[in-house]
Ligand binder design. Structure first.
Ligand code: SAM
Length: 450
């Protein structure tokens, strides 16, 4: 399907737009496949058809062809995330505008399925990243992807952007990867062409302003805003940048790029805000737009509420600590039947967040208690916090796939709880009984394809 002529017309005088090459690349059907490696889960990459690195993101890799990702246990273990290469430019944006010093609080407001959140949590190793998604079922996918990524500093919330108004001046970085008209994805997903219209571009532009206006009070003075879309339309890109500088007291922050990346720097018509345009005929990636800003003023008197979380009893904590080897500096708290953990330094912030937001995933769920027995949680198995305490079994590919499908599989091992691993990385739990194996892989995450 051809790119809509109304879109082509609207891009005639837009920075970097080259009609012929743009139309040709869409007609070519060429597909670019890329992944981003999880630095905390090293694995044998040699079996993947890796071509080369993504220029603007150290952990980004282009693949020569698209493997059948669903049947790769490493994907399910969180060893990498399948992410479109242009979006990984976020790595440049943060590394050039906000140093990775301890204690940074980050909000990824429109976060599902989690590409940017997992990147942010890899960068802010000593920070706290809140991945928020307003749509409930998409928030569940976000929980799955963030859990598999394995970092304890990644929280998931399920709130409307307006709910963040009750957290004035809380965050050091606000990432808004806004819902948009989606023209940047036309090459990858031609069905998106049918949904495109000029009316929808105008609607998206208004929604983007509403989302930004709702969320910006939660950014600290001098805090950084990163705004991105996968739309080529200036109404959703440069016009939003001008509006941010006119109405929201933001100042533009340029980012250095390298010529060979093929990224086009644009300048907004009124305030010359720097924006970065990705055209698939010029970069190795899909259509994308990103701009960075600093918040100049605040004027808000900070007042947050606080909810006291129910700490796990000392006795239970000791039982847990003697059974499972975990990092130091964790605080344990109860949520329904489950015992969760978070790093000590974030406990106060978690109390504040819990009093204002609906938290779907706080820290890592470590275990639940069945009578006096500890039942280790799946989130613990795939997290970077599980350091030992249960025996493990290394599965071959066939058994790993049976395990991930929740089908019967056969392995030898010590009786009781065992960590199922593939290539050295954890997939989840199974309980080995004298005459059968209980598969504890979460039913809702299992591989359905045959
Ligand atoms: N950041 C994600 C990533 O890198 O994987 C992709 C985000 S996608 C471009 C935009 C997200 O905004 C979608 O998950 C969508 O559900 C959400 N969304 C839709 N309407 C919204 C609204 N009114 N306010 C906030 N988010 C919204």
């Amino acid at each position: 399907m051809a790119v809509p002529s109304a879109l082509i017309q609207s891009l005639q005088n837009v920075s970097g737009f080259q009609q012929e090459a743009f139309e040709a690349v869409h007609a070519s059907g060429e597909q670019i496949v890329s992944i981003r490696l999880n630095p905390a889960k090293p694995f044998d990459e040699s079996y993947l058809p890796i071509a080369d690195k993504v220029g603007w993101c150290d952990s980004g890799r282009y693949l020569k062809e698209r493997p059948f990702f669903t049947f790769d246990p490493f994907l399910h273990a969180g060893a990498y995330y399948v992410q479109e290469a242009s979006s990984m430019f976020l790595w440049q944006a943060i590394s050039q505008t906000i140093p990775e010093t301890a204690g940074k609080k980050v909000l990824d407001l429109c976060a599902a399925p989690g590409g940017k959140s997992t990147l942010l949590s890899a960068y802010f190793k000593d920070g706290l990243v809140i991945a928020n998604e307003v749509i409930k079922n998409r928030a569940s996918i976000l929980v799955e992807n963030c859990s598999k990524w394995g970092t304890g500093n990644l929280l998931v919330t399920n709130n409307d952007p307006s709910h963040f108004q009750s957290l004035p001046e809380f965050f050091d970085l606000l990432m808004i990867d806004a819902p948009c008209s989606g023209s940047g994805l036309f090459r990858k997903d031609p069905t998106a062409i049918e949904e495109w219209s000029e009316a929808n571009v105008a609607l998206c532009s208004q929604r983007q302003q509403r989302i930004l206006a709702d969320a910006l009070p939660s950014l600290k003075e001098n805090g950084i805003l990163i705004y991105s879309t996968c739309s080529y339309s200036p109404a959703e890109d440069e016009a939003i940048c001008d509006w941010l500088m006119d109405e929201m007291e933001m100042e533009s922050l340029p980012i250095k790029t390298v010529d060979e990346w093929g990224i086009v720097e644009s300048s907004s018509p009124i305030h010359q805000a720097a924006g970065y345009r990705f055209y698939p005929d010029q970069v190795r990636g899909e259509g994308f737009f990103l701009a960075c800003f600093r918040k100049k003023t605040s004027g808000i008197t900070t007042k947050w509420k606080f909810k006291t979380l129910q700490l796990t009893s000392k006795a239970q904590e000791q039982q847990l600590q003697s059974a499972i080897l975990l990092p130091e500096n964790l605080v344990f708290f109860n949520q329904n039947e489950a015992i969760r953990a978070i790093e000590q330094q974030w406990m106060g912030d978690l109390g504040i967040l819990a009093s204002h937001l609906y938290i779907k995933k706080a820290g890592i769920e470590v275990a639940s208690m069945k009578g006096k027995d500890i039942v280790p949680s799946h989130e613990l198995a795939v997290s970077n916090w599980f350091l030992g305490g249960f025996s493990s079994v290394d599965l071959d590919l066939a058994n790993a796939l049976l395990y991930l499908k929740r089908k019967e599989f056969s392995v030898e091992g010590q009786k009781g709880w065992n960590l199922m691993r593939y290539g050295g990385l954890a997939l989840g739990w199974a309980k080995l009984l004298p005459n059968r194996i209980n598969n504890y892989y979460p039913a809702e995450w299992r591989i359905l394809k045959e």
